[in-house]
Design a protein around this ligand. Structure first.
Ligand SMILES: C[C@H](O)[C@H](O)[C@H]1CNC2=NC(N)=NC(=O)C2=N1
Length: 142
């Protein structure tokens, strides 16, 4: 595993707030990208199975860069409650909204900035806040 699945993020990022963003906002600079990823606990782990996503990681479907992490839960109810907390406590507070895929025992969270079709510092802030919620979420499987 790349890191503990409960709370790999640095408290600094998780206690920052999102800045207003529009189509001319700057994506994260290549110089800060690696440091921001490291703050989310992302370190290369060549021994991990391809389906394990133990920390937020870059994911690049054609045409867009995304941060993605899958969280495992004991059942559907606890997965759904976590997705709702991310929606209410991060997305609606920060006015920055993820894709949340809720399945039995699993929530996949994808952060990117629609306005720039890529990654902004806001995405790293929201990813860190998501990790923080996971660290106290009921039913999370570590
Ligand atoms: C007007 C409103 O603030 C914007 O449309 C916000 C809403 N939530 C958003 N969420 C995300 N992830 N990216 C955006 O560019 C975005 N824009």
């Amino acid at each position: 595993m790349a890191s503990s699945s409960s709370s790999p993020s640095s408290p600094g990022l998780a206690s920052s707030s999102c800045k207003a963003c529009n189509a001319s906002s700057e994506p994260v600079a290549s110089t800060s990208y690696a440091s921001l990823l490291a703050q989310l606990g992302n370190t290369p782990d060549l021994s991990a199975e391809p389906w394990q996503i133990g920390s937020f990681e870059p994911f690049s479907p054609p045409g867009v860069d995304v941060l993605r992490r899958a969280f495992r839960f004991r059942n559907f109810k606890t997965a759904q409650a976590f997705a709702q907390r991310v929606g209410n406590e991060v997305a609606e507070v920060e006015k920055h909204h993820p894709a949340l895929i809720t399945e039995w025992g699993k929530v996949t969270v994808l952060w990117w900035t629609h306005a720039i079709n890529g990654l902004h510092e806001n995405d790293f802030i929201c990813a860190a806040k998501t990790d923080e919620i996971a660290s106290s979420a009921q039913g999370l499987k570590k």
